[in-house]
Design a protein around this ligand. Structure first.
Ligand SMILES: C[S@@+](CC[C@H](N)C(=O)[O-])C[C@H]1O[C@@H](n2cnc3c(N)ncnc32)[C@H](O)[C@@H]1O
Length: 345
């Protein structure tokens, strides 16, 4: 059942973390990040704890504001946010050449929005891999409610060490998920291992673009805000991702930043200077209402202590993302399609 009401948001904050421990989890999470004195090496060494805390804390906000698919999309004029999100998912299915009966892996599947859509669109069986127990339980509930995904399943595991034999899948995709990996080569190598030879892997990566200048303080500030607000150890450049794919052994078939040609900017839904009825909760006024509501529900003891701080770092994230998009130093849609060669050289 969809959990997109205000009470669902409030009672869901913290996911599988005990309600009385939410406040200290928020503090521990914040300390991982530059804005609170944390460092990249600590985030990488503790990526599992950091990312899991992040998604336990943030998932109910995502469901409330964004829906069942936790990703951005390039957008045509006249297209709604929801339509663009679905089209972005269908695009991956088409690029991978998914056909009925294929066995597919969704790496970092969230609560399964893309998995349900792509499985219906392509008549494939999809396994959703996710390291967050709370999201997996939400995914299972939503699959049951949708009643159309009997051939799909969820596996709780770390994508840096997957519990699947070599050469298991006919196609693999990852939507805005491998950006959480502490090491890109390591994550792509693991995907390479479980993919059948001759088959494809397609993804949307979060990346710093060629416009990012590591010596520019304001660029670094924006990058740190995005990392804090989104549970990321370090945002890689598009070039670092491409090099990592090649090092993992993949042949690159195509790659490009889909944000460059998008007629409507991907960050528009988060931009407080615009108004939208269809995604009202993301507008400035909608966010003000959410903030006030979370504060009130926390005060009333319905939302756990610490909820308002989660709301604050998510607001920071939104500001960082809009800044990163406007300056064109960041993209959440660096797309690539790669192939595992038939024989290894
Ligand atoms: C931004 S969400 C995207 C979710 C989903 N792909 C979607 O578009 O709705 C990133 C996802 O990656 C998962 N994730 C992050 N690190 C992971 C890891 N090491 N192993 C497995 N899943 C991971 C998170 O739990 C989360 O579900």
């Amino acid at each position: 059942m969809s959990k997109s009401g205000a009470l669902d948001l409030a009672t869901g904050v913290g996911g599988k973390i005990k309600k009385e421990d939410v406040q200290s989890a928020v503090e521990q999470y914040e300390k991982y990040h530059v804005c609170f004195g944390g460092g990249e090496e600590t985030r990488k060494a503790n990526y599992s704890d950091m990312v899991n805390k992040y998604y336990d804390l943030a998932t109910s906000f995502y469901e409330f504001g964004w829906g069942e698919s936790f990703h951005f999309a390039p957008r045509w004029k006249g297209e709604s946010l929801r339509e663009s999100i679905k089209r972005h998912e269908h695009f991956l299915a088409l690029q991978l050449g998914l056909k009925p009966g294929m066995k597919v892996l969704d790496v970092g599947c969230g609560i399964g929005g893309p998995l349900r859509e792509i499985a219906r669109f392509s008549s494939t069986s999809i396994t959703g891999l996710n390291n967050n127990e709370y999201q997996i339980s939400r995914g299972r509930e939503l699959n049951r409610a949708a009643g159309s995904c009997e051939s799909c399943n969820f596996v709780k595991a770390d994508f840096m060490k997957m519990p699947f034999p070599d050469n298991s899948f006919d196609g693999i995709y990852a939507i805005e998920a491998t950006c959480h990996a502490p090491d890109a080569v390591g994550s792509y190598k693991e995907i390479y291992r479980v993919l059948k030879p001759g088959q494809h892997f397609a993804a949307y990566e979060w990346c710093m673009t060629d416009h990012f200048d590591p010596d520019n303080e304001s660029h670094q500030k924006t990058k740190a805000e995005i990392e804090l607000g989104n549970g990321l150890p370090d945002i890689r450049t598009t070039k670092q991702c491409l090099d990592a794919l090649k090092l993992a052994g993949f042949e690159v078939i195509s790659e490009r930043d889909l944000a460059v040609d998008s007629p409507v900017s991907w960050y528009l839904p988060l931009d407080t200077s615009r108004f939208s009825i269809t995604s009202f909760r993301l507008t400035s006024f909608g966010r003000f209402i959410t903030r006030t509501m979370v504060k009130t529900l926390e005060f009333a003891g319905i939302a756990p202590a610490g909820s308002n701080r989660v709301s604050s770092f998510l607001e920071k994230a939104a500001e960082g993302l809009v800044e990163g998009g406007r300056k064109e130093i960041f993209t959440p849609m660096y797309f690539f399609l790669v192939r595992k060669p038939l024989s290894e050289s």
